[in-house]
Write a protein that binds this ligand. Structure first.
Ligand code: FAD
Length: 427
């Protein structure tokens, strides 16, 4: 008889709630990861995120080998893989950490039902966030849709019990199942190495985060996003640390949870405007213009540098993400869903909740979004945040003062955006 611990987007053995609980069960624990065909089938064979997952699993496997255990890796449709596992093992209990995305919720419900037909006890744990789903609500029990009161309530709850508990999994490592499973290579799961790699995170510059985070030429943000996405860091450790170091940085981690609870409570935001009043906007949706945005050839240096950084590295600085997103929705009047899908394909830190939340923020269609008449001027943004053009030159080597011809004139585009939004909202 065995217990299974199913790793998904929590790729670490340290401070992992589901793993910690699994290791206290009455049976040896088999750690499992499934490369899910339902997700992998739509990705290119050199997808850098799959490579990062594989590298992270290799690290975990090495740690497990040191204690006489190993990671069981499977590839296939999750239901078929689980069926195979319950045929092969006497699985008494299964533990996993909750994932709040609609696809994951449906998958986990189906697997739970399958396992329960065999009387396996299924335990799902909160690990990915400090406060999940409906833990932070308004007095009437409804979810917050505005960030600042959400953040205040979040902080109040956190501070009333700070620091949150971290879990010492290593103390129970002797409960792992002794094994030497074959570690599938990237090729065996049908993928190849990408030239793009996830950077290690860097928390050394966070002390001045509130002053430097908006300047893309200053390397001062944490690069935590892909690590939070795949759980190679623990959010509890991070939040306990951030609460002592920098309030502005902590508030960014709260934005992450804000958008996660928005997606959980309002799953329609994945594809639809949070504010239905914006459904009547007549987008121009010009394909040629979209291509110029994607390839970083709009003639606006800050937009082009951002898109080239994204295409070459799978990352873009937050300030620049805001500029390119506003440019697409407002200057070009292309609906946010197109930009969201492009980011989803390219970003190493692609996170459905944050991507949709921030795109809808930029488009003005989201909860607590930028007002529709706020149209970023990409030239002024450049002057404010990269005055010396240091960031721009990194991504546009040919940049000089006479760079390119803007594909659309700012004043005209601004007036056109405001008029189109106004007409759409009043419809
Ligand atoms: P830091 O500034 O060091 O922030 C630390 C962490 O806080 C981040 O790793 C992230 O987890 C969280 N965070 C910071 N800003 C935000 C925010 N605005 N919303 C939610 N969480 C935040 N972030 C993603 O993780 N995945 C996405 O798919 C994503 N898409 C975005 C799309 C647009 C149009 C915009 C404007 C922003 C998007 N962001 C997304 C948010 C933000 O740009 C990135 O989290 C940040 O740039 C990642 O770099 P960092 O880890 O160095 O950030």
């Amino acid at each position: 008889a065995v217990t299974f611990f199913w790793l998904r987007r929590d790729l670490r053995l340290e401070d992992n709630v589901g793993l910690f609980q699994a290791l206290q069960s009455d049976f040896p624990v088999v750690p499992l990861f499934i490369f899910d065909d339902a997700i992998l089938d739509s990705l290119p064979s050199d997808d850098a995120r799959v490579g990062f997952i594989h590298d992270s699993l290799a690290k975990i496997n090495t740690e497990l080998q040191e204690i006489g255990s190993s990671l069981l890796i499977k590839k296939g449709k999750t239901a078929a893989v689980w069926q195979e596992i319950i045929n092969e093992y006497d699985v008494k209990e299964v533990f996993y950490n909750k994932d709040y995305e609609p696809y994951a919720i449906a998958r986990d419900t189906a697997i739970r039902e399958l396992l329960e037909t065999k009387n396996t006890i299924v335990n799902s744990c909160k690990d990915q966030v400090i406060f999940e789903a409906l833990e932070i609500t308004k007095a009437d029990g409804l979810p917050y849709t505005v960030y600042t009161p959400y953040k205040n309530k979040w902080l109040e709850k956190y501070n009333s019990n700070a620091p949150v508990t971290e879990f010492d999994c290593a103390a129970h490592f002797s409960s792992f199942y002794k094994s030497s499973f074959e570690f599938l290579s990237l090729t065996q799961i049908g993928f190849v190495e990408s030239t793009i790699k996830v950077k290690p995170h860097n928390l050394t510059k966070i002390a001045n985060y509130h002053e430097t985070r908006d300047f893309p030429a200053i390397d001062s943000t944490s690069y935590l996003s892909p690590h939070l996405r795949f759980g190679t860091v623990s959010v509890r450790k991070l939040v306990n640390w951030a609460a002592k170091k920098n309030a502005v940085f902590l508030s960014e981690l709260i934005w992450r949870e804000f958008f996660m609870q928005i997606l959980y409570n309002f799953p329609k935001v994945m594809t639809h405007n949070f504010k239905p009043a914006y459904d009547g906007i007549e987008w121009r949706n010009n394909e040629e213009e979209f291509k110029r945005w994607c390839t970083g050839t709009t003639g606006y240096p800050m937009v082009d540098a951002g898109m080239r950084q994204l295409n070459e590295t799978g990352y873009m600085h937050n300030r620049v993400r805001m500029v390119v997103a506003s440019f697409l929705c407002k200057h070009l009047l292309i609906q946010w869903q197109w930009g969201e899908a492009y980011f989803a394909e390219k970003l190493l830190d692609y996170e459905l909740s944050a991507n949709v939340g921030n795109w809808q923020w930029a488009a003005g269609t989201g909860c607590d979004a930028a007002p529709y008449f706020r149209v970023f001027n990409p030239e002024i943004q450049l002057k404010k945040f990269d005055e010396k053009g240091i960031y721009i030159r990194q991504w546009i080597p040919e940049f000089d003062l006479g760079y390119g011809q803007p594909m659309v004139e700012h004043a005209m585009a601004r007036d056109r955006a405001i008029a189109t939004y106004k007409a759409g909202i009043l419809k």
